[in-house]
Structures are given as structure tokens and as C-alpha cells.
Write a protein that binds this ligand. Structure first.
Ligand code: NAD
Length: 369
């Protein structure tokens, strides 16, 4: 099995946290015979400075041929005035679009040692482990028409406009995201909620119809429907009732950020984005990245939390390379260093030991020995 990675550190703390992943890959190749090979490339502001684009054609070609792309973070104030289509985020959007990454996986795991850092009570979040599967390339963010129309003045002489976004889904888009979510549920506790607004949105009616059809192919999975507004409420009231939640682009955006905050800090949150399986190899295109940005306020100081980045790499082990036990090991190693009281600045608590990016990376690797 080919195990070719493309590492795109990006900007700001992206390069600092990616260095910890490179160390982890070297360790795994040496001690676990994992046989990863990797290339690196530029994305975001660093690519713009070098090539005048947020990602070069050459690096896009590397991304297309990689088995998984590992992405750091992009952006920074020095590129605020770059042309709109060359701004750092354009590199990220191009990768998502050209690789056809329609399924966004956002786990929300509350590590035992950090349960007190959540805004919710310990007993509500302790042991939390849920996965939000968000549709990423369709729905209201992309539907046409999407425009503002001038309506002229009203009777009071006040200028009026009409803004329209279009929520649109076709059967195949719902079917493929639902299948990803049910496949995930099969590898977890076989319980899935589908969140929509079928009570007021016709796109929600189709969403529910298609998800139910897919559900009939997964008789082992307990299927539940939930209205998206209720899902938001239940996530805060009793999040542990959920395991996998599948939802559309807009609701997924909101619900995954809500779920994220149950767990404490931005520096802890990994994500994966998957495309359709290749017809020949069955392998999905995939990109793994922390949820956070390039944190220009702390960049260059060696103090960023590398856990979201390392946990994103663990997702690559799990979902692109089927190395489930190794992924579990890396996640246990993260839980282990937190239980030992090691903390980067963003998750620092009384009585704990503050460590640098590098020390945190080293400690996680040391747990794997
Ligand atoms: P951010 O996520 O970069 O930072 C928000 C806050 O969280 C900052 O105080 C930062 O120091 C802290 N933080 C984030 N990650 C951390 C980590 N790993 N360890 C410790 N602290 C961490 O969001 P922002 O400040 O709104 O944006 C900064 C830049 O990042 C902007 O240019 C923005 O466009 C970009 N951005 C990129 C991505 C991405 O690459 N996927 C996502 C969000 C924002």
C-alpha cells in the first residue's frame, strides 16, 4: 500500500506544529515500520510570497497524487492586502475544491484531564467523544442565485435591496455524505443522528428522505432524526447522547463549532476532509488539518499547542491508512501527557507544567516508546 504524504505547513504557527508531525513520522517509520514517505509544499502567504499564488500548480499536482495531505494553517496580517483570489485562504479553498473534499469530519473529544477547562460542568463533558460529519461543498454557501439586487427607494426615500442565498442539495450529494457518516458510525458505537430543518425547509425534506434510504443499508446502526435547532440545544444540555451527527454545510458549520467549544481550547481540535473513493483503488482523497488558524499573535515563539495538528495526523492514520491501533496509540499518548499535567500556554491550568511546542511533541512521542 502506497503511503505518500504531502505536508503543507503554511504560515505562522503552521510551520512550528508541522515540525512535530515530521518528528512523529520519523519515529513511526523507525519504530513501527510504517513506511511513510513525504514531500513538502507551500500554501497560503508563504506560497504567495514565493510563487504569487496561494498554492502553485506544482504543489496542487503533488496534492492530487498524495495519499493524504497534512495541512497546517494559513494567513497573517502581512497578506491582508493580497488580491482576493490570491489571499492565503484561497489556497485552502482550492485544495478542498480540486480534491473534491465534500465530507468534513470534526471530532469533539473531551480529554479527562481537561474536563474542567470546558465552559460546561465536568459531568456533562467528561468522556465526551462525538463526531460531526458536515457536508462541505454544497448547500447555501455555494447555491445559485447568490446575489444582492437593488430595489430602488421605498415611499420614505430609503434605498432598498434584496439579498438571496440559495440552499440547494441534490440526491447524490446527500447520499454520499450520509454514506460517509454511516461508515464512520459502523467503526464507532453504531449510533447516528441526522440533523436538518425538514419542518420548515424543503431541502430538509429531501435531506431526510435520502438519509433514511441510506440508513436502510446500515441496519446495524441506530438511526435518529433531530431538528438542527434542537441538536444545538441538546449539544449543550446533554452532548454525550450523541455519537455521529451528519448534517449539511450551514448547520454543520454552527453545530461543529458548538461541539468544539465543549472540549476547551482551539489548540486541541483536529479535522479531516474526505472526497469520493477512487474508482480503481477505492482510496479517498483526504486532507487533515487542525481547526485553528495560523495564530499570528504567538507565531515564532515556539509556544503553540501542537495537539490539534498531531491529532489530525492520527485521523490520517485512522481514515487514510486504516492504522486503527496506531491512531488509538497516538490519541492515548495525547491523553497521557495531559494526564501527566503537561500543558501548552493555551490550556495552562493551576498546578500543571507549562511546556513549549517542541516539549509537548517530544512528550507525546515519548509515550509511544
Ligand atoms: P486563530 O485560530 O489563528 O487564533 C485564535 C486564537 O487562538 C489566538 O489567540 C491564537 O493564539 C489561539 N490559538 C490558535 N491555535 C492555537 C494553538 N495551536 N496553540 C495555542 N494557541 C492557539 O484565529 P484568528 O486569530 O482569527 O486568525 C489568524 C489567521 O489565521 C487569520 O489570517 C485567519 O484568516 C487564519 N485562519 C486560518 C485557518 C486555516 O488555515 N484553516 C483557520 C482559521 C483562521
Amino acid at each position: 500500500m502506497s503511503k505518500k504524504l504531502l505536508l503543507l505547513p503554511g504560515d505562522g504557527i503552521g510551520t512550528e506544529i508541522m515540525a512535530e508531525v515530521e518528528k512523529l513520522i520519523a519515529f513511526l517509520n523507525e519504530n513501527r515500520d510504517t513506511g511513510f514517505s513525504y514531500e513538502t509544499g507551500l500554501v497560503g502567504g508563504s506560497a504567495y510570497d514565493e510563487h504569487g499564488e496561494a498554492i502553485s500548480e506544482q504543489d496542487m499536482a503533488k496534492a492530487q497524487s498524495a495519499d493524504a495531505v497534512i495541512f497546517g494553517a494559513v494567513g497573517g496580517p502581512q497578506w491582508d492586502n493580497a488580491p482576493y483570489d490570491k489571499r492565503p485562504e484561497a489556497g485552502l479553498l482550492r485544495l478542498r475544491k480540486d480534491l473534491g473534499l465534500f465530507a468534513n469530519l470534526r471530532p469533539a473529544i473531551c480529554y479527562e484531564a481537561l474536563a474542567d477547562a470546558s465552559a460546561l460542568k465536568r459531568e456533562i463533558v467528561e468522556g465526551l467523544d462525538i463526531l460531526i460529519v458536515r457536508e462541505l461543498t454544497g448547500g447555501v454557501y455555494f447555491g445559485e442565485p447568490k446575489q444582492i439586487t437593488e430595489l430602488g427607494d421605498n415611499e420614505n426615500g430609503k434605498n432598498q435591496k434584496r439579498a438571496v442565498d440559495t440552499q440547494v442539495y441534490e440526491t447524490y450529494e446527500i447520499d454520499r455524505i450520509a454514506r460517509v457518516a454511516f461508515d464512520m458510525a459502523m467503526t464507532r458505537s453504531k449510533k447516528l443522528h441526522s440533523a436538518d430543518k425538514k419542518n420548515v425547509m424543503i431541502s430538509g425534506v429531501l435531506w431526510d428522505e435520502v438519509v433514511r434510504e441510506v440508513a436502510s443499508d446500515y441496519s446495524e446502526v441506530e438511526f435518529n432524526h433531530i431538528l438542527a435547532d434542537n441538536a444545538a440545544m441538546q449539544l449543550v444540555r446533554n452532548p454525550k447522547q450523541f455519537d455521529v451527527i451528519v448534517t449539511d454545510n450551514l448547520f454543520g458549520d454552527v453545530l461543529s463549532d458548538t461541539a468544539a467549544m465543549l472540549t476547551g481550547s482551539l489548540g486541541m481540535l483536529p479535522s479531516a476532509s474526505l472526497g469520493a473513493p477512487d474508482e480503481k483503488s477505492g482510496k479517498r482523497k483526504a486532507m487533515y488539518e487542525p481547526v485553528h488558524g495560523s495564530a499570528p499573535d504567538i507565531a515564532g515563539q515556539g509556544i503553540a499547542n501542537p495537539i490539534a495538528m498531531i491529532a489530525s495526523f492520527a485521523m490520517a492514520l485512522r481514515y487514510s491508512f486504516n492504522m486503527i491501533e496506531l491512531a488509538d496509540e497516538v490519541e492515548w499518548a495525547i491523553a497521557g501527557v495531559l494526564a501527566d499535567g503537561l500543558r501548552s500556554g493555551d490550556i495552562m491550568q493551576d498546578g500543571c507544567k507549562k511546556v513549549s511546542t517542541k516539549q509537548m511533541g517530544d512528550a507525546i512521542i515519548a509515550k509511544l516508546v
